[in-house]
Design a protein around this ligand. Sequence first.
Ligand SMILES: [Zn+2]
Length: 295
Amino acid sequence: MTKQEILLTKSGGGHIRRNYRKRRRTYAGRQTAAAALLAVLSAVFVWFYPVFQNCSNHMIFTVPETVSEPTDEVQMPILKQQPIQAECMITGAELLGGHYMYYAGPSESMVKEPGEILIALDPGHGGMDDGCVRGGVLEKELNLSISEKVKERLERMGYQVILTRDSDRAVSLKERIKTAKEAHADIYVSIHQNSSELSGVNGMELYYSVEHAADDSRRLSELIQKYSLLNTGANERSIFEWEDIYVVREAKMPSCLIETGFLTNAKERGRLKTSEYQEKLAEGIAAGVDLYFRP
Ligand SMILES: [Zn+2]
């Protein structure tokens, strides 16, 4: 071995070996890092699996049997069929804890307690505007009387309630909506009486708009109808999608209008003007509203 070769072996050869060891160390380091990353990712996936699963499947939760109280006597309310993706992300922690307590409900108000919920009740007509008048019964008076009874019941349940008019005075439709919006009401329920050219027509009708909060408004209408019918035994008529009713269209919040009965039907008019029947109606409307917020 020449001096030059020795030098080459010591320096050049050593350099190559060092580089080789360095490459081995780098390679081994990468392997360890990759394994660690894989382990972390696996742990994250296992931990968040219920969240991923529920979000990606758009799972629709149903009401656990133990949650809804009034189901002994009546059918379950018609549930809102909606993807729960957004809520799933918010409530992921709850899901991880194994509490699958989420069921279809009002999308924005479901996290609120009754004390935080504001309900706008709108007694139709008032002042110069009597509404429908038959047999000495004025629609505006029935609307206010029933609304006050609904208010009383809801307040007893812990809800906050505002009336768009609390006396016999004229209030424009625009003003009614303004009142509800400025108060940041969560829902809007307008109360009216119906009329028909046919004196035999009787029963309850509800209207809502698909312009805004269509699903919530539909669900609100269904629940109010269901419990009002159960409480009164009134004839079931339809729930209509109707864009021509200013208050439900312009409310923007979940809303509906209930025509509790026909003043043109003598028998129904006779019932509607009694305080007992109004109490039954009020109880039904309040129960529907309560179930809307607490399914
Ligand atoms: Zn009316």
